[in-house]
Design a protein around this ligand. Structure first.
Ligand code: AOF
Ligand code: ZN
Length: 355
């Protein structure tokens, strides 16, 4: 059962509560990516659910506009109705128009939203609606709505993409043998898991060294090798040039070169292009640079039951020389669990220890 957020004294009817639950469900139908998942349900003055909308990813209509357009398509008049929406309606012209205007134009008289939009350019929708005479309440389903877009909220608050770090390593923490061979340390099941993640994030980041040595494609592919419908932006950071023959430039989709050695700088550049979730895939220098800068929000380790005894270590130093300075991580049971078997491998899921 949905509860209003702490400190919220506004009353919500049983119909509104049910409609917000439906809006949260509708939001889940959207694709994970640069934009938040958002759902909207319009209920009539009698509490009846009239129309449900959701957002289908960056560049497509917002949930509110989707619901209003659907109503218009079947000649449904929304005047005097209440809109339940999982995020504060936007107030800006981004890739699409402001939802506040669409709501006002539709004659909707009440809006209930779950959480404020923290994204500066879009924020302020509640005030705009109130100024136009719309009754606005918020906080219903706030916890659920925050959880729905946990990584997006973190990214917008920090003004940099959420960073997932991926390491595919042996039992002795090697990512390649002495002769440079690294295909394949991970099990096919781990590779498939990784490709699933690639298809849900906005960008994948490696260093120039990885491009020059491993020449990866960095695309998201299914088990038969076919490309996933949604491909991440392929980003390479480092001041060395990338040859025209590099595989990352070969496939369809966008590849970008970030001419920087500084992880923070690389993240700022990605954020400015609209990227909210990036997966850092290596090699050692990049993995170590992000970890020592404290810029990793989530760690996924594919641990193969294999020993090399020598070769490229996953990490090449974090500037730590004494145990009291060690970096501590905690197991993250969300999204598929803290520890899972993937074929012969273990998949470990961690987050930085909360201070
Ligand atoms: C809403 N309803 O369904 C979504 C919202 O580039 P745009 O035009 O898609 O705008 C993206 C921003 O709009 C996004 O960062 C967030 O602040 C808000 N997303 N707002 O009213 C929606 N997806
Ligand atoms: Zn909007």
């Amino acid at each position: 059962k949905l509860q209003p957020a702490a400190g919220v004294v506004t009353a919500f009817s049983a119909d509104e509560t049910r409609a917000m639950e439906d809006a949260l469900q509708a939001a889940l139908q959207g694709p994970r990516g640069a934009n938040p998942l958002v759902g909207a349900v319009v209920v009539g003055p009698d509490g009846r659910r009239l129309v449900t909308g959701h957002h289908r990813g960056a560049g497509t209509p917002h949930a509110e506009a989707d619901a209003i357009t659907q109503a218009a398509a079947v000649g449904l008049d929304l005047a005097g109705c209440t809109m339940m929406v999982t995020l504060e309606p936007c107030n800006h012209v981004g890739r699409t128009g402001p939802c506040t205007e669409a709501i006002i134009a539709a004659g909707i008289t009440d809006v209930v939203y779950a959480v404020d939009d923290p994204h500066d350019p879009a924020a302020g929708g509640a005030a705009t609606l109130r100024a136009a005479g719309v009754r606005v309440r918020s906080g219903l389903g706030a916890d659920e709505a925050l959880d729905l877009n946990r990584r997006w909220f973190e990214a917008v608050a920090a003004r940099r993409p959420f960073v997932t770090l991926h390491i595919a390593q042996t039992l002795d923490a090697r990512i390649a043998a002495e002769d440079g061979t690294s295909q394949w340390i991970s099990s096919p099941e781990s590779l498939a898991d990784n490709h699933g993640i690639r298809s849900r994030i906005d960008a994948i980041l490696v260093g120039t060294q990885t491009v020059l040595v491993d020449n990866p494609r960095l695309t998201a592919r299914d088990a038969s090798g076919d490309p996933a419908p949604k491909q991440p932006v392929r980003a390479v950071m480092g001041i060395r040039g990338i040859p025209d023959s590099a595989a990352i430039l070969g496939d369809d989709g966008l590849a970008v070169h970030l001419p920087t050695r500084d992880p923070q700088e690389a993240l700022s550049m990605l954020y400015k292009t609209g990227i909210r979730h990036v997966m850092v895939e290596g090699g050692s220098r990049i993995l170590s640079a992000f970890l020592s800068a404290g810029l990793v929000d989530e760690l996924i380790v594919y641990l193969a039951p294999t020993l090399l005894g020598s070769g490229t270590p996953a990490l090449n130093g974090l500037g730590i020389t004494s145990l009291p300075d060690a970096q501590h991580w905690e197991w993250d049971a969300s999204d598929g669990g803290a520890v899972r078997t993937l074929g012969r491998d273990l998949r470990l899921h961690l987050r930085p220890q909360r201070k």
